[in-house]
Design a protein around this ligand. Structure first.
Ligand SMILES: Nc1ncnc2c1ncn2[C@@H]1O[C@H](COP(=O)(O)OP(=O)(O)OP(=O)(O)O)[C@@H](O)[C@H]1O
Ligand SMILES: [Mg+2]
Length: 240
């Protein structure tokens, strides 16, 4: 469903992704682990073309993201076409990114029909908060609204960038419960998180990124319990 092939990305002299390739099957849940600055957010942002790649390419369900191939060359899509592609790619940010002047329902209805907005608010357990503004909601509830919004376009894949790391510890569980439910129902997901317990329970595969490269990947049992690479071991010894 997601194909990332040989992706390179630099910011000025800093090469942040140095040839990343990753395939995610339909219904698969991939958790991305890695130290701060290793390129995790940049990888997610290239998948929905919030960042342009310098080399390599990305496809979702076989469709090239951000570009069209014509006469053997790649041409960047127009903004309107990119926005259309992004409807296939749900994105959940660390800091929710809700509109403060819109209610929960209006935030979701920004991207979808009202009936879908209601449906997905209910899906994340917030039907009773439809009329509340973000400032009237807890962090966990705001993040669940953001997840409803990401689901409301019925995307083919959903990308999560540290969805719980801005939350107070007692609110992490309710958001992870929603992710767990999505995973069980067959949503194709890529989740950047430091919640190792969640990764162990929910991930089909864990990918460890360091310094812009995938260093190691495998099942949770393989990567968490029997890491092969020294850098994976060093990282895990700090977070476990
Ligand atoms: N727009 C940008 N311009 C310049 N440098 C950037 C930009 N975005 C990211 N970087 C740099 O790229 C590197 C990787 O950043 P990225 O946000 O992908 O890391 P990360 O693995 O998500 O880290 P964290 O765990 O802290 O979120 C960092 O050194 C960061 O400072
Ligand atoms: Mg990040």
């Amino acid at each position: 469903m997601i194909e990332v092939l040989g992706v390179h990305k630099s910011f000025g002299p800093l090469e942040v992704l140095r040839g990343v390739s990753l395939d995610v099957a339909a219904g698969e849940v991939v958790v991305v682990l890695g130290p701060s600055g290793s390129g995790k957010s940049t990888l997610l942002r290239t998948i929905n073309h919030l960042e342009k790649v310098d080399r390599g390419y990305i496809t979702i369900d076989g469709e090239l993201i951000g570009y069209r191939r014509r006469g053997g060359k790649l041409h960047e899509l127009k903004e309107r076409e990119i926005l259309k592609q992004r409807k296939d790619i749900g994105f959940v940010f660390q800091n929710f990114n809700l509109f403060p002047h819109l209610t929960a329902l209006e935030n979701v209805a920004e991207v979808a029909a009202l009936s879908d907005a209601r449906h997905f608010l209910e899906r994340v357990g917030l039907a009773d908060k439809a009329a509340a503004y973000p400032r009237q909601l807890s962090g966990g509830q705001q993040q669940r609204v953001a997840i409803a919004r990401a689901l409301a376009t019925r995307p083919k894949v959903v990308l999560f960038d540290e969805p719980t790391s801005a939350l107070d510890p007692e609110l992490v569980g309710e958001v992870l419960d929603v992710l767990r439910d999505l995973a069980r129902s067959g949503t194709t997901m890529v989740v950047v998180t430091h919640e190792i317990g969640f990764a162990r329970e929910v991930a089909d595969r864990i990918v460890f990124i360091d310094d812009g490269l995938i260093v190691e990947e495998g099942t949770p049992g393989e990567v968490l319990d029997h890491p092969v690479h020294e850098r994976t071991r060093a990282f895990l010894s700090k977070v476990l």
